[in-house]
Design a protein around this ligand. Structure first.
Ligand code: NAD
Length: 462
């Protein structure tokens, strides 16, 4: 795709207020592939005004009409599937097949789910002598990260538009091209002007201006816990609803009755996919003492098979950060059984898939989010200890439990302080609510629970 040199505001591409640009770099070969405008507070203000102006008309549009436009948007994404995959490969470095199936495929599924949900949703309910109206919250400021760049856009924009809200999107600076492509798709569908607006730019400039703007009624943010805390504080001071999808340090709990080889192999793949840049990745593998050595052997063999096929991490800063964590793991006494801090290639931001054994729960690599292809294997003596380790971080986004029976795994999952748990390798469900306990966030995305985030309730008594 060709990069736009303006912002998508009020139904058209308009020149940016300033002249600064952001270079988009391909992380495989470190080449600059495009420049996009670095938005300012002025661009954000213009976009919020456009969204405010469009809100009354869009909120009053019959839900079935809104649903039909979301369905047409899904069809646009289907038509542009190859272009989406190529774009994510170019700006994120994602391997082609993963880009097709996940980076293009998942947003299509999510857009489709909201087209259906919006068409069948009841925006009114009766409770005794009351009629409860579910009304769109207003103008949504959406701020998204780079790791699943289109999915995170669609997971906010599709439910917001379906609910009758209007949107200003500020995508991550590393992956603005797929966001521009999304704006093209919105334009092609023919949504009313101002219903969706895009401002590219830096987080502390354009992102912050959006989060602080008085004309925004709800901020929906996905990204790091540090920035999420700041956005939550700003929203709190303004008494505005906020949705925060933040970091994770999820546990993959393998109980002694589980199929060990399957649990380890799926667990390693879960961490290595997307080069470990998945907030819900099971980066801590918890294994019973009796099976520990076997699990370590299986995991190191599985990780070694990936080599550089997983693709690079997103940028030089992230590469240095991940290497720093690997070095810290070694310094704190964990044992490398696959990979290590050396890069497998001279060029590009690659990290060798790395597995640590002899990790104790208090080590930095077992507590902090690394956001790279690094797995820590931790030993437990009994179920209670496994639970204490699984719940023993500030995060609670996701996790997995493996056991001989589903009932045994579910019994353990019920005791976990986390928002989503895969039982014996259960598959991704685009309708299941996704979001965190503890410092992993506030609110939920996807399905009906994600839709509810964009609705206010008003009750009329009779
Ligand atoms: P980040 O917080 O640095 O950036 C995320 C977004 O926020 C970007 O668009 C960025 O420009 C913007 N931003 C940065 N500073 C800002 C500020 N001061 N005010 C407003 N906006 C600002 O995070 P990142 O490095 O891009 O993404 C990685 C993090 O995101 C990881 O911690 C990961 O776990 C998390 N994440 C969470 C989920 C989830 O659903 N829970 C999903 C994906 C990523």
């Amino acid at each position: 795709m060709t990069a736009h040199d303006g912002m998508y505001i009020g139904g058209a591409w308009r020149p940016a207020a300033g002249t600064d640009t952001i270079a988009v770099v391909n992380p495989v070969d470190e080449q600059v592939i495009a420049q996009v405008p670095a938005g300012t507070a002025e661009d954000i203000d213009a976009a919020v005004r456009a969204a405010r102006a469009a809100f009354p008309g869009w909120a009053a549009t019959p839900p079935a009409e809104r649903a039909a436009l979301i369905a047409a948007l899904r069809d646009q994404l289907v038509a542009r599937k190859d272009e989406i995959a190529r774009t994510v490969t170019a700006e994120l470095g994602s391997p082609e097949q993963f880009a097709q199936f996940v980076h293009a495929g998942v947003p299509i599924a999510v857009a489709g789910s909201y087209a259906e949900l919006a068409a069948s949703f009841t925006f009114e309910e009766r409770i005794g002598n009351s009629r409860v109206l579910l009304e769109p919250v207003g103008v949504v400021g959406a701020i998204t990260p780079w790791n699943y760049p289109l999915h995170q856009v669609v997971a906010k924009v599709a439910p917001a538009l379906a609910a009758g809200c209007t949107v200003v999107l500020k995508p991550a600076e590393d992956t603005p091209l797929v966001a521009q492509l999304f704006a093209e798709a919105v334009h092609e569908v023919g949504f009313p002007a101002g219903v969706f607006n895009l401002v590219t730019g830096l987080g502390p400039v354009a992102g912050q201006a959006l989060a602080e703007h008085e004309g925004v009624d709800l901020v929906s943010f996905t990204g790091s816990t540090a920035v999420g805390q700041q956005i939550g504080a700003t929203a709190g001071a303004a008494i505005k609803p906020v949705a925060l999808e933040l970091g994770g340090k999820s546990a993959n709990v393998i109980l002694p009755s589980a199929d060990l080889a399957k649990a380890v192999n799926v667990g390693v793949a879960n961490v290595m996919n997307n080069s470990g840049q998945t907030c819900s990745a099971w980066t801590r593998m918890l294994v019973h003492a009796d099976q520990y050595d076997d699990a370590v052997q299986l995991a190191s063999a599985a990780a070694a098979k990936y080599g550089d096929r997983i693709g690079p991490v997103v940028n030089a800063k992230q590469q240095a950060r991940v290497r720093g964590y690997i070095e810290k793991g070694i310094a704190e006494g964990a044992k490398i059984v696959a990979g290590g801090p050396e890069s497998p290639r001279e060029k590009g931001y690659f990290i060798t898939p790395t597995v640590f054994a002899e990790v104790t729960p208090d080590m930095t690599i077992a507590q902090e989010e690394i956001f790279g292809p690094v797995l820590s294997i931790i030993k437990y003596a009994d179920e209670d200890e496994a639970l204490a380790i699984a719940n023993g971080t500030v995060y609670g986004l996701a996790g997995a439990v493996w056991a001989g029976t589903e009932e045994e795994a579910v019994a353990f999952a019920r005791r976990m302080d986390t928002g989503q748990v895969d039982i014996n390798g259960g598959s991704f469900n685009p309708l299941a609510p996704f979001g965190g306990y503890k410092k992993s966030g506030v609110g939920r995305e996807l399905g009906a629970h994600g839709f509810a985030e964009y609705l206010h309730t008003k009750s009329l008594q009779f």
